[in-house]
Ligand binder design. Sequence first.
Ligand code: FES
Length: 563
Amino acid sequence: MALGMKKGLTSYGDAEFSLFLRKAFIKAMGFSDDALARPIIGITDTASDFNPCHGNVPALITAVKRGVMLEGGLPMAFPTISIHESFAYPTSMYLRNLMALDTEEMLRAQPMDAAVLIGGCDKTIPAQLMAAASVDLPAVVLPVGPMLVGHHRGQVLGACTDCRRLWGEFRAGRMDEAEIEAVNSRLAPTFGTCMVMGTASTIACMTEALGMALPGSATIPATHADRLRAAEDAGRQAVRLAASGPRPSAVMTPSAFRNAFTVLQAIGGSTNALIHFTAIAGRLGIPVDLDEFDRLGREVPVLVDLKPSGAHYMEDFHWAGGVPRLLRELADLLDLDAPTVRGGQLRDAIEQAEDVPGQDVIRRRGNPISQGGGLAVLRGNLAPRGALLKRSAATPALLRHEGRAVVFSSTEDMAQRLDDPALDVTPADVLVLQNTGPVGAPGMPEAGYIPIPRKLARQGVKDMLRLSDARMSGTAFGTIVLHITPEAAIGGPLGLVRNGDRIRLDAEARRLDLLVDEAELARRHALWSAPVAAPARGYARLFHAHVLQADEGCDFDFCKPRD
Ligand code: FES
């Protein structure tokens, strides 16, 4: 199956000359004819000085290369875009599709028989899986692994759940400037991805359950020797995949996605994962049914006790047995016949799962953290195409709530008015943020974690019902309804909410409603005009014209396969 250097020859109109020229150039790097005759394994180099989460990528590449060569292949690392959450304006999500396009075209354009996709920081593995699905080149995902925890005055700190919690303490006046500065140096003490069950950890765990990462590789800390051994293993396995597959389309089947969504619910994972895995599945023509996803949410118990919903961190999850041990606990809810890039089936990973006596991170089925209820899909006249609520991170008393809307028309409006002492707001109100969806912001930023207005925070208010068409960091918590679809900026009902309207959430009934009569809504709709003009040029114009809504994964419409 492997074609190596002969694959995808540059179009000079003479195939033999194309190969001759290619070899002449690559020999400038000192390769022998023997090396150039081997199967080629591409390795995505996503290291960047702007991406501290990927700080171990150079060491991982060295280990992957060792594995490839031990198995008789030729490793070829190549750069792709790398996206870090805090270094992407206006938001990393705006760039995910660009990374997917870049990775897809580099996997296709360069001669390789299989690839090791090294990623981790939130949007990177989704982009790589979208690319792998479209190219259908055999590929193994190698997560960079989570950071180790930080410590401050006897407290264990986790990025970035504690970044938000401690910033909230500072805003509320319970922490002074000197201490918040000291904490700033302790929240992210090593390279690697955020070590709570945020988006990066969620995606890594789901990728393992999907079958696209090797068993156990989601949770090994970024700094550990085992992470390098996993990299070597990924390199070896990529050579085997080059010889005999399976290809991504044979691994990422509808039941593999169901397995991944089951794990998402059981880990109380990030809301962002639903969007990303919808986009990945969309590349393969696999629709994600939100109602089916919600049913899973009722049926799958939350078993993993990690922050932000629970108490522990990724390294604890790893030493408790990691994803294979969790899969064993969920075995009757999974399709164990699903193939994986290891070459066997998901059941093989489960058989090798480690039992760790006394661990309390992965609960038994008979002793769940909650019996169902990780993520819930809401519908109603405010969210005709759905909205998402992370129940495990919400305040139970607010899961059934009716209140008065306090509306912000954009993130800029929110930044200007939220902390105004004159803002007319009470703890029982519903904070509403508009025009922060895929088109509106643009890129659907993680602005859904609307801060508690300062004057209420200072009174000790820690949570309120908050709604938006934005996303939220997987490390955040609160009673927060996200991904309201269709978004306000394209005329969705969220854009019709006005200050003082009544809004009702009933999470158990999966309802989110604006209690305004239809005639009034029709009147407001007739007066509505699009708040965002189409950008004049470049990627911004492409994005504005082609990005899909959250229920379709926010992919570009032209990246989905033709019907
Ligand atoms: Fe990279 Fe959290 S900022 S994973």
